[in-house]
Design a protein. Structure first.
Length: 223
């Protein structure tokens, strides 16, 4: 064994993962400045990869025969990386599942028959519940110019009866069961408009629905 191999410095655990995180975060910040409309939320969603990278680094270092130093500074570095991953994960979960509404140049109207929005910027969640009867038709129109808009219509039991990402253009849903139907919209830095309106069964062509059997006519009285 040569003298250079004997004095080869050991690398602290977590330094490679820290370097990868810094490079990725820096590239994401630069991309957000150069392309403001670019969706970089995937960086938060990729936060569990910090734990994956740290675990792989630890396993490879153990397999390599102790080329990594485990001291209090290395343990502190690992703790900071794990803490950062948990914070980023919580932020990503809140963005995907939290209830928030962030809109600019927005007009919103909702009543017992319709739900409409026109927005220059919409990022977040909004919802409205309509009472619909069997035979009604829920007519919709979605126009998305930038970004992403997800729409989901669910019944009282939480079953999705209309959904997709993205939905665009004219939408039509025939109601087969009376109940409360919730329209949930999720905008992702989008601009555009949408409108959903209840058409009563009479206006939607209820004559096409199966009619109940007619009662037999009462016999006329004979003198």
């Amino acid at each position: 064994m040569t003298a250079s191999e004997a004095v080869r410095p050991q690398r602290r655990v977590g330094t490679f993962t820290l370097g990868a995180v810094l490079v990725t975060a820096g590239c994401g910040m630069l991309a957000s400045l150069l392309w403001p409309r670019l969706e970089i939320g995937w960086l938060l969603k990729a936060s569990p990869l910090i734990l994956v990278a740290l675990g792989v680094e630890t396993l490879l270092s153990a397999r390599g025969g102790g080329g990594v130093k485990y001291d209090w500074l290395g343990m502190l570095l690992c703790f900071l990386l794990v803490g950062a991953a948990m914070v980023f994960y919580a932020a990503a979960w809140a963005c995907e599942n939290g209830e928030f509404f962030n809109a600019r140049n927005c007009s919103r109207y909702a009543d017992e028959t319709s739900f409409r929005m026109d927005y220059g910027f919409f990022n977040g969640f909004d919802s409205h519940t309509l009472r619909l009867n069997r035979g009604d038709v829920l007519e919709g129109r979605i126009d998305t110019y930038d970004g992403w808009l997800e729409v989901e219509v669910s019944d009282e039991e939480g079953e999705t009866v209309l959904g997709g990402s993205p939905l665009n253009g004219n939408q039509s849903l025939e109601i087969v069961r009376t109940g409360d139907y919730t329209i949930l919209v999720h905008g992702r830095r989008t601009s555009g408009s949408f409108a959903f309106e209840r058409l009563p069964a009479e206006a939607a062509g209820a004559a096409d629905l199966p009619e109940e059997e007619a009662l037999p006519e009462a016999p006329s009285e004979e003198d």
